[in-house]
Design a binder for this molecule. Structure first.
Ligand code: NDP
Length: 312
């Protein structure tokens, strides 16, 4: 198996990973960054970003991530396509396997693997995934232009995606399991002001129906027990995310949901020399700008660690 020894390994290519790479490269740590299965991270499946400082007129998420990558590359970060599949953090240098066929040994590791979409867990949802079921309205909404679709979820993501779909689709049926939305007030108001978004309160998805493609959805009112079947062509899931931390189980401390634990005010994990940044360790803020900020912290913490050991 091919192997390589480096100073600083960064796993993940969202705002946290690329910011860590910019700082680490400028500090002469010669960082190597592996992008994972979704180069650019979650922002590559979003549209307009209006709240990232520095873009006075807003920016498209994918375009912003290309800017991040270019900046990290210009500073000298070695950016590579590949997925970290296994780690051994028993002692430095830390071992990380890439795509199961390459071993990277690093003096310091910065984990910025982010989070991924959650699913309802229905058999029909899995069977029809890619055949009308999607967790990304921005990626797949286009396929349902002029058609009726449904979305489940009541947070900011669901509100944002319902609004996005309302511009493409004839009707958006929005299923909310409680009698209130978790989304911010401004987003709730926008949803409720949109005539072609039909909100169903206290409503759970019972089953998505269709043989080879989504044809309808059966929902249940949790208060009355009433079932209703609604014809739709697309079914979107927007019920939150889970941290991409599976490969670190048994090595790093994490909470019950799998978010990595860091020492408050730092990016340090329970293993000295292993740092975490971005959504994989943040279930509260989860913003591009907070992820970028924590990526900066991780690179600075890693630099202090490596220079204290005389390694950079
Ligand atoms: P959230 O965790 O905020 O919301 C998830 C939603 O899905 C909740 O309303 C939850 O319902 C619902 N849900 C969870 N499981 C199920 C289920 N099995 N069946 C039905 N509904 C379910 O996730 P988001 O992805 O929406 O947002 C994550 C964070 O990112 C938040 O902090 C949000 O504010 C932020 N964000 C900000 C944006 C912006 O500022 N422009 C845009 C998008 C996200 P319940 O409420 O009942 O728990």
């Amino acid at each position: 198996m091919e192997s390589e020894k480096i100073h600083c390994l960064i796993i993940g290519s969202g705002p946290a990973g690329y910011t860590a790479a910019i700082y680490a490269a400028r500090a002469n740590m010669k960082p190597v960054l592996y992008q994972g299965i979704q180069p650019g991270g979650q922002l590559t499946i979003t549209t307009e970003v209006e709240n990232y400082p520095g873009y006075a007129n807003g920016v498209q998420g994918p375009e912003m991530m290309v800017d991040f990558e270019k900046q990290a590359a210009r500073m000298g970060a070695d950016i590579r396509f590949g997925l970290a599949t296994k780690v051994d953090f028993s002692a430095p240098p830390f071992k990380v396997w890439i795509d199961e066929d390459k071993l990277v040994e690093a003096d310091a590791v910065i984990i910025a693997t982010g989070a991924s979409a959650k699913w309802l867990g229905l058999e029909s949802e899995e069977r029809l995934n890619g055949f009308g079921v999607s967790a990304c309205a921005v990626c797949d909404g286009f396929f349902f232009r002029g058609k009726e679709v449904a979305i489940v979820g009541a947070g900011d993501t669901a509100a944002e995606e319902a609004l996005y779909l309302s511009k493409l689709c004839s009707t958006v049926h929005m299923f909310i399991r409680r009698e209130e939305m978790r989304a911010s007030k401004v987003m709730q108001e926008r949803v409720q002001r949109t005539p072609n978004i039909k909100v169903y309160w206290n409503t759970n998805t019972d089953e998505i129906l269709g043989e080879n493609k989504v044809e309808s959805v059966r929902v249940k009112n949790v208060k009355t027990g009433d079932l209703q079947t609604i014809p739709i062509s697309g079914f979107f899931v927007a019920i939150g995310h889970q941290p991409n931390s599976d490969i670190f189980k048994g090595w790093l401390d994490m909470d019950e949901a799998g978010y990595l634990k860091t020492i408050p005010g730092t990016s340090k994990t329970n293993i000295e020399g292993v740092f975490a940044a971005g959504d994989v360790q943040d279930k509260i803020y989860r913003q591009a700008v907070t992820a970028a900020g924590s990526g900066c912290m991780a690179a600075l913490d890693a630099e202090r660690y490596l220079s204290a050991k005389g390694l950079v």
